[in-house]
Design a protein around this ligand. Sequence first.
Ligand SMILES: *[C@@H]1O[C@H](CO)[C@@H](O)[C@H](O)[C@H]1NC(C)=O
Length: 447
Amino acid sequence: MASNALDSIIDAIRTVVDAVVSNPSPSTIGVTLLVLLLPFLALFILALSQREQPPTPPPGCRKLGLQGKSNLSDQYSKKYSRGADPSPENPWIVKALFIYPLKSCAGVELGESDVIRTGLKHDRQFTFGQYVTSLPSLDGKVESEWNFITQRTFPRLAKVETEVWIPDPEAPGHSPDAEYVKSEGCLVVRFPFSPDADFSLDGLKAYGRILAARLSGKSEPVIEFRVPFNPPKDRIKKMGYRSEKIKIWKDSPEAMNIGCEVPEDVMAKLKYTLGVTNPLSLFRIDTSKYREVFKCAPKKKDVGFQTIIGMADSYPMHILNLASIHHVSCQLPRGYSPLNALRYRANVYVTGPPSFNEDDWARARIGDCTYHISCRTTRCKLPNVDPETGLADRNEPGATMRKYRVIDKGSQSPCLGMQVTPLTEGVISVGDEIELLERGEHFFLKV
Ligand SMILES: *[C@@H]1O[C@H](CO)[C@@H](O)[C@H](O)[C@H]1NC(C)=O
């Protein structure tokens, strides 16, 4: 039917064009222009009608995060490339704070954060996992397991945005029984998806959605879903979450498979956006089964607790000095600088110290908390993904870092930034001063 409609439109256009060619006059030309413009006008109106209304906020919750522009908005300023001993003219301070509630996806910027044993509160509590079947072993057996996914293999994860909404008695719809109040808030996940556009009615509407997204300044329409942040027992039971092992590097914690919280068609679209062909699911760390960290973490006999993490790669927190990023940026081949600090996905960005001064930090006070600087951060290829476009560069900045940042005797990988374990719980805020308490040797331990 749709193609018949299209045929008749084309016929009509043809008739008019023929008429103009055989009898050119101002009025026939005017009619022609109108007829030619009509389809565009219709499409425009269709686009307007497909504009997405912003979804209603989760009842009883407010959005966590910095209001106003990013504290990294001036990160490329040359003044952050220098650095010196701490002084009133050159304070060492926290420049910006980020959490990544959903591993390997876009982060959420904060003005301040609670610091708990696992690092910044709400950081890396979730991860996507794909179901992978191994190659057969010598006796012909194959095994399948859930494996975490990252931007290294699925760079489009950078385009998956997250928000954390937390219960707030002042927020509209707040009641102790509200779904997301009971679950300590919710995680909102948003990803770009362009529906197929063709000349069917649905296809035209899809085209309208794409056009509407462009008109509102986005490159593609977005799809959103929400999951409870910390599902209470009754929810776990009702939804029938399974507790399953998910492999994260060499670790296989038992986590909650909460994929059933994501509607099937939404998950299918997400897989398409990311380019994942295996079964895909969403996992939440079980808060009673955090992963213990040994390696370079402080010893339990010294500090009285074993370091634990959620879905982070290796340690509770990651701290990065902007001057060091400027230094790497200056070494890059033409066309690659300036280097966006967000590529390195730190929790705490600091300014003040000269570049690479942090390489031998051992203990520091930031605001009212004390931190064990556990080891250097060895770098995989993930920073080669541009967080703004979700495109992975084949070489940079990895190749440049490899030239002069393989500095730790325990690792063949280039290093940038430090892995940190909080020794106390408390709060960290943008603008907090950093007081270095101790320097020391570092040796990266792989296990
Ligand atoms: C960080 O950003 C917030 C919001 O844009 C702003 O109010 C604050 O002054 C900034 N802080 C610093 C230290 O730049």
